[in-house]
Design a protein. Structure first.
Length: 113
């Protein structure tokens, strides 16, 4: 679900990635250097671990608690195919889908009352 968050907030992608990869501010715009660091990180720790590090850094930078994180990153409505997409491990929790559904149904109940 990070992909959809960064589509909505493209300015955050380089900032968060540079922070996770340990790239200094002066090298942040150097695409070749960033690509090399990204490839090295993927080969060392793998994509899932890198994804979790990016998520943790995004939560730290944006000062998100778990509830805000699930609201921002937990689900997306695909208008083209008319379906709701729910992240399986949003915010690093295996039970996140249950919590996301609780947030969605809670929001619907408040609107109906």
């Amino acid at each position: 679900m990070l992909r959809y968050y960064f589509k909505k907030h493209p300015e955050m992608y380089c900032r968060v990635l540079a922070s996770v990869l340990g790239v200094s501010a002066d090298r942040e715009g150097d695409i070749t250097y960033m690509s090399e660091r990204l490839a090295m990180a993927i080969s060392l720790i793998g994509t899932y671990a890198l994804d979790m590090k990016i998520l943790a850094e995004l939560k730290r930078i944006e000062k998100m608690d778990d509830k805000t994180c699930m609201r921002e990153l937990g689900f997306r409505y695909d208008e083209k195919h008319d379906k709701l997409i729910i992240g399986k491990r949003t915010c690093g929790k295996p039970l996140a889908p249950r919590d996301i559904l609780g947030l969605l149904f809670g929001r619907l109940n408040r609107k109906n009352n």
